[in-house]
Design a protein around this ligand. Structure first.
Ligand code: ATP
Ligand code: MG
Length: 189
């Protein structure tokens, strides 16, 4: 089974993201736009995992509960790996630090002993808005994104849990199913 750990987005913000995507879709570039229902912020991608390892993964994630709920703001557009050759178009998740980075490190530290190496790249919390399928027709969209990037702010929400998701890759796009929820039960300070 293909697994990842993520934070979900409230429905009202999923609608706001859909509204943000609408004019971007009209550029007609070869981009697969994320369906709003599946929008999430990935904390850790585990990849293909034997189903019998799931219980150990869920047990290892218990320390997540010690974290307190925290705010994330949907701010700034960007692309990976860079503006000269965008592959992924994203909306930034700007955290009220240090909580988000702390949760990320707890997840990394929890999963390393059960066989998931720590990420060496820096953590860039984001929502994937679209994936570039072909460069063709991309220039006008990229120029628009670049010009608009800093002005985008869809508001903030409170993260109250981390979620272990299963991802099933289907021709019409990945289908995500929440397998286990980890409420953030720490006291806000
Ligand atoms: P598709 O691969 O069909 O485009 P998807 O990327 O949404 O769909 P998955 O590949 O199962 O579905 O990925 C699940 C989540 O994990 C997504 O948020 C994705 O961006 C993230 N992810 C996938 N691969 C990696 C990776 N190698 N490193 C970090 N995050 C990843
Ligand atoms: Mg993928």
């Amino acid at each position: 089974m293909r697994l990842f750990v993520a934070v979900e987005l409230p429905d009202a913000l999923k609608e706001a993201v859909e509204a943000l995507q609408a004019p971007l879709r009209r550029f007609g570039a070869a981009v697969s736009w994320t369906r709003p229902a599946g929008l999430h912020g990935t904390l850790k991608f585990l990849g293909e995992v034997a189903p019998e390892r799931r219980a150990a993964i869920e047990a290892a994630l218990a320390p997540v509960a010690a974290h307190a709920p925290f705010e994330l703001r949907l701010r700034r557009l960007g692309v990976f790996p860079g503006w000269s050759g965008p592959r992924v178009i994203w909306l930034g998740l700007k955290p009220a630090e240090p909580h988000c980075a702390a949760l990320y490190h707890t997840v990394e530290d929890a999963l390393a002993p059960v066989g998931f190496p720590r990420e060496s790249r820096p953590f860039h919390p984001h929502l994937t808005l679209g994936r570039v399928r072909e460069r063709r027709g991309l220039d006008a969209l990229a120029a628009h994104l670049h010009a608009e990037a800093d002005g985008v702010d869809l508001g903030a929400f409170t993260v109250r849990e981390a979620v272990l998701f299963q991802s099933q890759l289907r021709p019409a796009g990945a289908v995500y199913t929440a397998l286990c929820r980890f409420p953030l039960q720490g006291e806000a300070r």
